[in-house]
Each structure stands twice: as C-alpha cells, then as structure tokens.
Design a protein around this ligand. Sequence first.
Ligand code: AMP
Ligand code: MG
Length: 422
Amino acid sequence: MGGRRMNSYPEIGTSRDIPAEMISVDEALEYLLAKARPVTETEWAGLEAAQGRVLARAECSEIDVPGYDNSAMDGFAVRSADCRAAGPVALSVRQRIAAGELGVLLEAGSAARIFTGAALPPGADAVVMQEDCRVEGEKVFLKGPIASGHNVRPRGNNIAANAEVLPAGVRIRALEMGMAAAVGRQGLTVFRRLRVAIFSSGNELVEPGEPLTEGKIFNSNRYSLLGLLRGLGCEVEDRGIVKDDAASTESLLVEAAAKADVVVGSGGMSVGEEDHVRRALKNVGEVQMWRVAVKPGKPIAYGRIGECDFFGLPGNPVSTVLSFLLFVRPFLLRRQGLSNVLPTLFPVVAGFAWPTPGRRREFVRARLERARDGKLRARIHPKQGSDVLASTVWADGLVQIPEHGTVAEGDEVAYLSFSELD
Ligand code: AMP
Ligand code: MG
C-alpha cells in the first residue's frame, strides 16, 4: 500500500466521553495485553512443521553465507591487476567453473569462464559479465579498467557468522523458513501451541447439514472462529453448541477450561434473561472486563476460569468476527509469545460520508479503490448491520470512525486491511 503509516488503532482516535458503563477500545486493549501471559513451554519443530509457529529463541548463524567469494554473474573471472588500463584487454581462458565446482589458481594474464554462484578461483578478484566480453578461440577480449571486487559477492555477504538471523518472538513464515534453511537449520525451537476451546451459545443454532426448521439459524460463528484460530496456529477444541440455560453453560465452561489455555464463546453475552454466559462466568470464574465502546461488538467480556482465560463474544456474526480480530487476536498473539501483536492502519481517502457521530468507535466494512488521482479511496458497504455477514466477505478491510467523529467525502480516514489481521 506504500505511503505513510498511521498508528495502530490503540493510539488513534479519542477516548473522550466514553459512556461510564463501557471502557474504550484503547483501555480494553491495554488491559487485555497486560493479562496475556505468554506461554513458556517450548518444543523443537522441523522446519516445515515450524511454519506458523512462534520462535522461542533468537537464532544466530554459525557460518558465513556464502562461505566463499563467488560470482554474481555469468562471465569471466579476472585479476583486476590485469585489467587496470582503460581500453581493450585480452586474456587467455584456461578454466571453466560452474556453480558448485572449484577452480585452480588464476595465473596472471588469464581468465576463467565462470557462472553465477561459483566460487572465485584463487587469484581472481573481479568478474566481467559475459555481455561485456567477446570470445575468440581460447581468448577473451574485454574492456578495462575493472575494479577489484567488481561483480563479486564476498564471503558472508548474505549472512555473516555470529549474526542474529531471526529474533525471538516472530512468527515463522515462508521468509523465516528460508532464512533458517540458509544457515543450515533443520528445525527451530518454538513455543508450544495454545489450546483454545470454542463454543457457540444459542437455542436457535443448528449445524450445516442439519434440518433448518422454522426459527432456527445455521451456526456460522463456529466456522468463523475455527478458521480464525487455526489461522493463528492454535489447537482448537470445538465444544459445539450450548443451550441457553445456566446449568449447561456453567458445566461447559468448567469442562472446557479444564483442558484449554483459552476458551472463546460466541453469543449469550448481552443482558437479556436468555443470555447466560456472563452470569455463568461469574459463577464458575471471574468476569474481569466487560463492554467495550466499539461498534460492532460492544458486549465483549474477558475473564478467567481458574488459570484459563475466557472470552465471551457477541453472537451477531459480524460482531463475533470483528471483536475477535480487534481484541482476541492481539491477546492470543501475545499469549503465543509474539512481540508484534497490533496491526497497522494506513491513511486513505474517504469515498463516503459519515455524517452522524456515534459514542462508540466504529469499524466499518470497506473496500479500497484506486481513484483517478492515484490515491486509494475507501468505499463502504451499504449495509453495516452486525448481522450482515455479506459486508465482511465484500470488504477487504475496515475503516475506523473515531468516537464522536464524522467523516466528509475526501477526508483522510484510517484503514485497517484484513491482510494486517492474518
Ligand atoms: P446473542 O449474542 O446470543 O444475543 O445473539 C445475537 C444474534 O446473533 C442473534 O440473532 C443470534 O441468532 C445470532 N447468533 C448467535 N450465535 C450465532 C452463531 N453461532 N451463528 C450465527 N448467528 C448467531
Ligand atoms: Mg443468544
């Protein structure tokens, strides 16, 4: 996306005038990150299996990579001392060195045919690319002067011995796997996976594949949460659907918490008499945070059941997903041992107006388009209801509307790309 980066969402906007019964997005994040105790147990994972895991210890290289001076080009290895004069130089070609082969001492007045990645023969200190050479029989003609080191990749150019190649606390992506392999690692020491249990609360829920009778609705949050958690590298235990009654909810919480590091449930978090989750949490554990001034997603709760963390997310499908991305995701990342847990927002131009200020910080489903002036403009989905999942698959990110903020078309707004939330 390029251009100027904006602060992550905790620093953006204002926490002024948050209604007394709610805490601000910033306060909630600060609180949750302080509560997220990083796992300490580590294990060794083969390099392929390490993908997606969090590195527990910094990795240093024991070797120089490459371990020898080598050619950056297909061409001819020379002694620069032979090519000092400005003008034509003729050298005799006495050896040919492909990548992986070793040459012999390059005598004065000679050149070696050489290919990219091949070690320079002793005596050579420069390479002339083949496009700048003319070959006639055993002779190569080129033009001086050639500086020492020209087209040579010196030993250790990529990675120097003893250099730290991967810091602790990073997630292993393809790039980190390549780096680890480059210094000869077959595997890495990573933090153990987090065990996360999920459940869906609601008498109206049926699973895809079951008959959808009158008044019922398919359980979509289960799959949203499964996907999100697997994407973060968690081991997920699905506890299914829990009925809207106090006893089932309490026993589910106790059982799930006995085995998991974190339990995440959706639905049943509001204040109606059919909402049992928060009350159940109170009875079997402790509610530590409740209600954030965010839209969608206000009735989010955090607490503990013994040593287990608990998140209760609002049941509306958009609220479930967004409250997960905004609050549970950074918490779980920190809990996994990651250092960088907050996404970056970027400034874009509003291709919409938001005339009515709200008391809560709002995250609006949006799409970016390139305007005629080359700037990125955010369009927003016309239906921003927290039940409208269509807005989430249409969107490629979120525009943040600050508390009490309005937006006029053409204003700069903060944009949070879904790609920042992988
Ligand atoms: P609740 O948070 O339980 O009050 O639910 C709010 C809204 O979200 C209701 O319309 C529910 O039917 C809906 N809902 C709750 N859980 C789910 C779920 N797992 N999948 C789809 N919709 C849900
Ligand atoms: Mg419900």
